[in-house]
Design a protein around this ligand. Structure first.
Ligand code: S3P
Length: 430
């Protein structure tokens, strides 16, 4: 994929459905009684992996017109899969599914791609084992593949060392199959989509500060869900709109849950002109965003804001490279264990473009404002790195090419088409 410089992004865009929420609709819809109808479901590779895992366990999941329909089997209605459950590239699928499988009355094996096989699973093995779960890393190295012999579980309180929605959700989902109230405290609040959706389906989940708890054996009921647009996908257009000269973009129907909207706060602290309008809430808050070209300056990104923008740090690093001054990102060591080591891969590729960037143990120091040029970018098969550099390519001098660019399909099929569609000049030339 060769990316060319752009000016003047104009128009309106609907980004695809939220990835985290789409996964959870399939999971809870499968465990509910009755039917769950989902609109604006994200048809990205990760969420399709979740669908295929639940289909292998006997759940009927179909596309009907513009809906994905899940015919729920009830909390105890899943069946043993004949083959290994393959989560592909999806960390959310493997970690949340492990919590569900730990409480089933049948054995399972889960695996994924090369990236999944190097992502830490001890963070879920430890709490699940303390609930009495029979779950192991088959190679004994703390990574996938995992083998689980499901059984009734003990309720626990877990103090999670990391602010991770995947860990929290894994434990809460396992808590449905336990003998009492299960709770998790995390150091900072991570995204709370599991808690919101469990309550929407009829479970009893209580949240206070950084602790969430669930009562066992809920009766989940199928629901109609309209998935909000993914703020993590909107982030690329926020960055492009702010940094491309003479631009104004309306991004419609974006999820603005406060556990996810850190990007908006940080952009404002960099001097961004972003208006949040038409805010409405159907369980999950949703709004339209108007983004206009702005002169950006450096900022600091650290502490409790990190979980609310963890997936947006790659594109924020690109923004920092184009902003005036030195941006410091710290407390973000989690980036090292995402789909790639995002600190290393961002720093390497930004340097290839001529940026002055230093990778630190838990973040980056970016001296912004240097003129950036095209380069050959290797995103290490990481969708968020590829999309971040596609935006960088529309801003720098000289062509930029991205290897294995198709990894964007993990979370945003149609990304490149959307990026070019907004270019008013290109449209005029066509
Ligand atoms: C996710 C949680 C986050 C995030 C990931 C999706 C989720 O991961 O980075 O893209 O859907 O729960 P962690 O829980 O590892 O922080």
């Amino acid at each position: 994929m060769i990316i060319q410089k752009q000016t003047r992004l104009r128009g309106e865009i609907d980004v695809p459905g939220d990835k985290s929420i789409s996964h959870r609709c399939i999971m809870l819809g499968s465990l509910a009684e009755g039917t769950t109808r989902i609109t604006n479901f994200l048809e990205g590779a990760d969420c399709l992996s979740t669908i295929s895992c639940f289909q292998k366990m006997g759940v009927r999941i179909e596309r009907e017109n513009d809906e994905v329909v899940v015919y729920g089997k009830g909390l105890h209605g899943l069946a043993k899969s004949d083959s290994v459950l393959d989560v592909g590239n999806s960390g959310t699928t493997i970690r949340l599914l492990s919590g569900i499988l730990a409480g089933q009355c049948f054995p399972s094996e889960i695996n994924g791609d090369i990236s999944i096989q190097s992502r830490p699973m001890k963070r879920i093995l430890t709490p699940l084992q303390s609930m009495g779960a029979d779950i192991i890393s088959i190679k004994g190295n703390g990574y996938a593949p995992l083998r689980i012999h499901g059984k009734p579980l003990k309720a626990i309180h877990y103090n999670s060392p990391t602010a991770s929605a995947q860990v929290k959700s894994c434990i809460l989902l396992a808590g449905m199959y336990s003998d009492g109230i299960t709770s998790v405290t995390e150091p900072f609040l991570s995204r709370n989509h599991t808690e919101i959706m469990l309550n929407h389906f009829g479970a009893k989940v209580h949240s206070a500060n950084c602790t969430a708890s669930i009562e066992p054996e809920p009766r989940l009921e199928g629901r109609d869900i309209n998935v909000p647009g993914d703020i993590s996908s909107a982030a690329y257009f926020i960055a492009a709109g702010l940094l491309t000269p003479d631009s104004e973009i309306l991004i419609r129907n974006v999820g603005v849950n406060p556990t996810r909207d850190g990007i908006l706060k940080v952009c404002r602290s960099m001097g961004a002109n972003i208006t949040v309008q038409n805010q409405r809430a159907y369980g999950e808050p949703v709004a339209d965003l108007v983004v206009k070209t702005s002169q950006l300056h450096a900022t600091e990104i650290s502490g409790e804001m990190i979980p609310a923008l963890i997936d947006e740090i790659p594109i924020l690093a690109v923004m920092a490279a184009f902003a005036d001054g030195t941006t410091v990102i710290r407390d973000a060591a989690e980036l090292r264990v995402k789909e790639s080591d995002r600190i290393k891969v961002m720093a390497e590729n930004l340097a290839r473009m001529g940026a002055d960037v230093e990778a630190t143990r838990d973040g980056m120091i970016i001296h912004g404002g240097k003129p950036l040029h095209g380069a050959i970018i290797d995103p290490h098969l990481d969708h968020r790195i590829a999309m971040s550099f596609a935006v960088a390519g529309t801003l720098c001098d000289g062509p930029l090419s991205i290897r294995s660019n198709e990894c964007v399909n993990i979370s945003y099929p149609g990304f490149y088409q959307d990026l070019y569609r907004l270019n008013a000049n290109a449209a005029l030339q066509a």
